[in-house]
Design a protein around this ligand. Structure first.
Ligand SMILES: NC(=O)c1ccc[n+]([C@@H]2O[C@H](COP(=O)([O-])OP(=O)(O)OC[C@H]3O[C@@H](n4cnc5c(N)ncnc54)[C@H](O)[C@@H]3O)[C@@H](O)[C@H]2O)c1
Length: 366
């Protein structure tokens, strides 16, 4: 099978792990990198030994089959659409776009052009979340009843080098971290039917304390403490709270409750983590061994899955449909927080197929 030839647009903070993994995976190869800031493209090019181009040159590169879009959320849709217009497949960091309309337009354009759209996160394909998936699919906690998700922190301005975008529409804790939680929950419990949101901005501005913008103030223009009540099509109900306003919490990332027991799901932003279950028969929590593949930071695994999907003509798992559904849910939580009304979720998606339990190192085999 020919490796998929990839061009990367956006050489910021997250690009390094993609370059490492996509150069290492046997079925992917990075042909070039590009950034609106030529110095960033040049730095990545030198570090990873690939040519630096301008974004336009990369889009026009005849051998590039897939554009990996690692730009900031506000330009995701624009770069996605340019790549599709150039006849390339696209894989975009989360979120797919900053609005469900822009995301839906991207998918429609891709469908018309006969190219594929994939989107982060792909952590739901990692060892820990696939172990959780197996727990559910084997009925170890019975029929799912409900879930709780909590992403409680105080925002990225103390560590991220350019944190302004996190406080603008299309980001905030729901659009930034919600994709990990909601994608994991859709993989475990299936698509979401309706949501009810409650949202607030607790701090009107934030002070950046990371370098190089230390001392700069950012006006907060999107909710930073959000609660979404979730009703799943298959019948489970639950809630997800995401916050950049809290200083401390003892709550777990995700718990799933079933008719026979409960499960602790580790941080869905990671590929590994401790999985536990406790059933009616147990007097304490039991560790579930995490022995599945892709336990290390495998960002790009969703692209590796796309290689097999494209070459063998099967659906890919970290799909545009899944990302649009997650985006729709996030936007609906924000809109419901404003309207105080229940929001029905119009978009639908298939629950992605589980990955095989045994796979060759750094590779798939389907
Ligand atoms: N930083 C993380 O830990 C992290 C983790 C997971 C996902 N992500 C996601 O990855 C994406 C990028 O995040 P980041 O932290 O790397 O941001 P970043 O700001 O460090 O990097 C973004 C890069 O995109 C470039 N860019 C912006 N507009 C462009 C355009 N129009 N054309 C070409 N290049 C353009 C910027 O110059 C910059 O180098 C975001 O969607 C974010 O949600 C980030």
């Amino acid at each position: 099978m020919d490796p998929l030839r990839i061009g990367i647009i956006g050489c910021g903070n997250i690009s390094g792990i993609y370059l490492e993994n996509l150069q290492r995976f046997p079925k992917t190869t990075v042909l070039a990198v590009a950034d609106i800031d030529p110095a960033k493209a040049q730095a990545a090019a030198e570090k990873y030994g690939v040519p630096a181009l301008t974004p336009d040159e990369l889009l026009a590169h005849e051998e590039v089959e897939l554009v990996l879009n690692l730009t900031i959320p506000a330009v995701h849709a624009n770069i996605n659409d340019q790549a599709i217009a150039a006849g390339k497949h696209v894989y975009v960091e989360k979120p797919l776009a900053t609005t469900r309309d822009a995301g839906a337009q991207t998918l429609a354009k891709a469908s018309a052009a006969g190219v594929r759209v994939g989107s982060a996160p792909d952590t739901f394909l990692g060892a820990a979340l696939q172990t959780c998936r197996e727990v559910i699919d084997q009925g170890l906690i019975g029929e799912p009843i409900g879930c709780n998700g909590f992403m409680l922190g105080h925002g990225p301005e103390a560590w991220h080098p350019s944190p302004e975008f996190f406080y603008k529409p299309g980001a905030g804790p729901m659009f930034d971290m919600g994709p990990y939680y909601l994608t994991a929950l859709v993989s475990l419990l299936g698509p979401i039917k309706s949501v009810r949101g409650a949202t607030k901005i607790s701090f009107a501005e934030r002070l950046i304390t990371s370098e190089p913008l230390n001392g700069t103030k950012v006006k907060v223009e999107t909710p930073t403490h959000l609660i979404g009540l979730l009703e799943f099509e298959a019948g489970a109900i639950g809630q997800l709270t995401t916050s950049f306003d809290t200083w401390a919490s003892n709550l777990r990332n995700i718990e799933v409750y079933g008719t026979e027991g409960s499960m602790v799901v580790p941080d869905p932003n990671n590929f590994n983590g401790a999985v536990q279950i406790r059933t009616a028969k147990d007097s304490e929590w039991q560790d579930v061994p995490v022995t599945r593949p892709f336990a290390q930071n495998s960002r790009g695994l969703g692209i590796l899955d796309m290689v097999y999907a494209i070459r063998t003509n099967r659906p890919h798992r970290a799909s545009g449909d899944l990302a649009l559904h997650v985006l729709d849910v996030m936007q609906s939580i924000i809109e419901s927080g404003e309207s105080k009304q229940l929001a029905e979720i119009a978009s639908n998606t298939e629950r992605p197929q589980a990955l095989a339990a045994e796979l060759p190192a750094d590779d798939l085999n389907e």
